[in-house]
Design a protein around this ligand. Sequence first.
Ligand SMILES: [Zn+2]
Length: 457
Amino acid sequence: MEKNIPNNNTVKILGLKFDTKMNWIQHLKYLKTDINQKLNIIKMLSHTQWGGDEHTLIRIHRQLIRVKLDYGAILYQSTSHPHLKIIDSALNSSIRLCIGAFKSSPIESIRNIAQEAPPELRRAEKTLLYAASITRNTDNPANKHIVETIQIVNEDKIQLGSILKVNPYSYPPWTFKLEINMELAQNKKENTNPIIYQEHLRKVLDNYQNCNMFFTDASKTEKGAIAVLKTIEFIQIQDKMLTNNLILTDSLSTLRSLENNTNPTDIAKNIQEKTNDLKLRGINITFIWVPGHTNIRGNEMADQAAKEAAQPNNLNIQFLDTVTYDDIKTHIKSKSLIKWQTHWSKQQTKLNEIKNTIFNWRDPDLSRKEKILMNRLRIGHTRLTHQHLMAKEEPTQCTVCGVALTVKHVITECYQYAEDLKTYNIPPNLYEALGPDSKNTSNMLTFLKKSDLYDKI
Ligand SMILES: [Zn+2]
């Protein structure tokens, strides 16, 4: 039987739809349908009277919708296709519903209240994080291809090349166990006399005669693990000159991370690899935990060292130049926040006048309805003041004062509410009246309930 193989222009690989022109239209179309379906769930849950709590809704949004857009964003972000805008607008609708903002609200204000960075910033951050992650493994073929994309998003010229390299294990990790002695950690530091520690250490050291001792002092730097790594690199250079070595460190977390061979930190993995490598060349390293700040390196130790005819090595190693993936990750994330803050400061929305930061304002426990009232007033777009945009009518005027009806007018200028505002101690400026102060917030809500405004916002 003859049957033609159908010709298909798109192929789905790992959840991403590739098309012949590589312009991502097929994938974006697929995303659009998928997101619109999920948006219905948010619509169901976000009623302005009885809807879910804002915080919970935003979490649902992130798990249902944002995560869909994040996946593969580093690839499809390069497209200039209008479909990308359609997807972004679905994302916008979702967060608007979560915080209950009025339809005409500026998107930047909505993002600020919902604590959601602009999608293009997020995509750039994701790309940089991905690039940083793969730079660790020089053998990863993606390194070659991501260079161009990085140049576009890496405006701050973050140096990815200097990242500490981590390759897959060169040996089966379960076949090699590091020698780690944490005996001293059995004593609780707060009720152990330093002399006890010194005695205990002496006993431990009896088992390691004729070893070269290296102290690494984690208390001087947060990078205790890097100090250990650098010491090993030093031993590596000395080669056969140093065959039996002890590394004494006061960083318990470093030693614990060395025992982990399923998901070690980058530095721990480097230490494991190098120690194994040295072991194969007949150079042994044992790690011993010693308590910090107990004068254990004092005279007692020096005596011990003299007896062993080995001087404790004081390596004055510079290790501030070592950058790990975690360091870069923190750096990329904070740069991204700074960019968002700069972007926010340039906006000229009504919210900017009262909230100049991108960080969250903690409101006291408010009901869904109350939270929405506060969000709408702060954003400056309410049903009362902006309904005309929806009905395509002329701007609403204040019937008493005969000027344009705005949130600012109602709260600071209007004759109709002047007395009530005074009674409920509402500060005469928006900055304070709608600010983060919980007393002011509760006064504002009381004022809204007592006046006829509660159901008009
Ligand atoms: Zn008025």
